[in-house]
Ligand binder design. Structure first.
Ligand SMILES: [Zn+2]
Length: 279
């Protein structure tokens, strides 16, 4: 069933695990993710980038109704989330297309301006029963190198108090995209942040982080981990394995869907989210 992120975070906090958040890009990546959730009896977050809501082609117009319907039919608790909402309009569109939670990313702005943007979003989103994720500290892109300028605890406390945000993406040693070198996470800072703020801690750039570091981050208090790049890679690996003489597109897509499902199952288990749907 379609549910809120907050409900999933309560389960994760009790169990000291994290809920995987998988980016989907088309119907087939969504199919693979939903199949994995069902098989593992896991609560998951299905999310889509801002650009799918904002581009000229508005991919979300086609994909979002599929996700909402599949979530309603699923036996698992599924949150449908906007990832990196680039502007308020993206948030409005995501809510219109059925997202149960949204991220509004104003992390490139100075602290006070970031607070002002998020405060405004939480005010009306909470009124509609929609959860909000924000970002504090700059996570950046792996190709530019990973920053060691981690999110500060006192700033995170103030940010949460002033905005009332439900989830907070923090800079703790990860970056978006494909790492050239395996990153080293700031586990102590994760623990300090977890102990200091009420919002659920979110780790972006989960693709390519070694398993032992992911486990340590979860034990220290990370409650949501985003996987985007690796969903793409799993899907494309599947595409390359298919016999190119297959013409029926649905038949052609079975292998890529299977690859996405296997990838998602692996991450659900890594985050100790298997069986969370029964919690
Ligand atoms: Zn991100």
């Amino acid at each position: 069933m379609l549910t809120t992120m907050k409900e999933l975070f309560a389960i994760a906090e009790k169990r000291n695990c994290a809920i995987p958040a998988f980016n989907v890009y088309n119907g087939e990546t969504a199919m693979g993710i939903f199949k994995a959730a069902e098989e593992a009896d896991a609560c998951i977050i299905v999310q889509m980038y801002s650009r799918l809501f904002m581009s000229e082609d508005k991919e979300a117009e086609f994909i979002a109704p599929t996700i909402v319907e599949a979530a309603h039919r699923s036996k698992c608790k599924i949150a449908f989330h906007l990832d990196h909402g680039s502007c308020d309009e993206a948030v409005f569109r995501a809510i219109k297309y059925g997202c149960s939670s949204v991220m509004r990313d104003a992390s490139a702005l100075p602290f006070e301006e970031n607070v002002a943007v998020i405060k405004n979003i939480t005010r009306f989103a909470h009124d509609l029963g929609i959860d909000v994720e924000a970002e504090l500290g700059h996570i950046g892109f792996a190709k530019d190198g990973v920053t060691t300028d981690y999110t500060k605890v006192d700033e995170a406390v103030r940010f949460c108090e002033e905005t009332g945000v439900d989830a907070l993406a923090v800079a703790v040693g990860t970056a978006h995209g494909h790492y050239k070198q395996a990153p080293v996470l700031a586990i102590d800072r994760i623990r300090e942040l977890h102990d200091a703020i009420p919002a659920a801690l979110v780790l972006h750039g989960g693709s390519g982080v070694p398993d032992d570091q992911i486990r340590a981050a979860v034990k220290a208090g990370i409650r949501k981990i985003n996987f985007g790049t690796d969903v793409c890679l799993a899907f494309l690996d599947g595409v390359r394995e298919v016999d190119p003489s297959i013409i029926g597109v649905d038949t052609f897509m079975k292998k890529p869907v299977q690859c996405v499902k296997e990838f998602a199952l692996e991450k659900i288990r890594l985050l100790d989210a298997e069986g969370t749907n029964n919690d």
